[in-house]
Ligand binder design. Structure first.
Ligand code: PAF
Length: 282
């Protein structure tokens, strides 16, 4: 397995892969790799000759009071995991290798980041698009893999690919869960033992809403409000819990047949922000 710390080194290796006509799948990550990432890598391996994993805790997607400094960094462990999965190249640049000191351009997002995580984390998706756009330009993969846990991220990146004409296929892989239903996340390591026991409550609330909607509730506002109170009673602080259009990412109050929706929530348990979602098609 090769490891590149600079864009130049990465490009050199990638051009060698490409010169022999081999295909490339990219799995972009911020490291602290868990089973969710490993599942992305395994799916990527089935789709291309080479899997490239990027590991970069992207400062541009953290707000001033967010957890950039404390975000888990486990490069040696991550490299070992990638090695065991048969990854061809890990691209793990430093900040300076990716960003210039001054930045003159930024990517603006219209309505797609008004709600969900975009609503509560201003600048987050602009930061994500900036780095993903760079990674796509540096690596020029044939296909790139993202997890459904960050479904708003996937939708916004899909639109960037379309509007900026990146010639890259995107694959959204299902949420990987612990046995008790908690969506896997690098941030789960922040949870105390008690919080970890409570944490699957978010997924259970989403499942309850899903069941009611499938059972015919097509104006889910009251149902959702009730689930919010239940979560609060268990010790969660609600950031958002709602149903959104899969296409526009806007909240939806009356559901229609033959449409795709996201039941999504973000909650705090102590210092940990958890997100999760279920996709539902009526
Ligand atoms: O989903 C993530 O881990 C990050 O947002 C990504 C896509 C690697 C960009 O930093």
């Amino acid at each position: 397995m090769e490891i590149s710390r600079t864009i130049g080194e990465a490009r050199e290796l990638i051009s060698q892969f490409k010169s022999s006509g081999q295909t490339i799948a990219l799995v972009p990550t911020m490291g602290a790799l868990h089973k969710g990432h490993l599942s992305l890598i395994r799916q990527a391996k089935k789709r291309a000759d080479h899997v490239i994993v990027s590991i970069f805790v992207n400062p541009e997607q953290f707000g001033p009071n967010e957890d950039f400094d404390t975000y888990p960094r486990e490069l040696e462990d991550d490299l070992e995991k990638c090695r065991l999965e048969g990854v061809s190249l890990v691209f793990a640049p430093d900040r300076d290798a990716v960003y210039d000191e001054e930045k003159f351009l930024s990517i603006n997002i219209d309505s797609l980041n008004q709600h969900m995580c975009g609503g509560s984390r201003p600048g987050f998706f602009e930061g994500v698009l900036l780095i993903v756009n760079k990674l796509f330009n540096i690596i020029q993969p044939d296909v790139a893999f993202f997890g459904q846990k960050d479904i708003q991220q996937f939708q916004i990146i899909s639109i960037m690919v379309r509007e900026f004409n990146h010639n890259i296929e995107l694959v959204m892989a299902p949420v990987e869960r612990a046995n008790d239903g908690l969506a896997l996340s690098s941030r789960n390591s922040y949870l105390s033992v008690d919080e970890r026991t409570t944490a699957p409550g978010l997924y259970r609330a989403l499942q309850f809403i899903e069941k009611q909607v499938k059972g015919g509730v097509h104006t889910p506002k009251l149902l959702i409000e009730h689930q919010k109170s239940e979560l609060e009673a268990k010790g969660f602080r609600i950031d958002y819990l709602d149903m959104f259009s899969f296409k526009t990412l806007q909240p939806v109050y009356t559901l229609q047949e033959n449409k795709k929706y996201i039941i999504a929530g973000a909650v705090w348990l102590g210092k940990t922000r958890l997100i999760d979602n279920i996709l539902i098609e009526l």
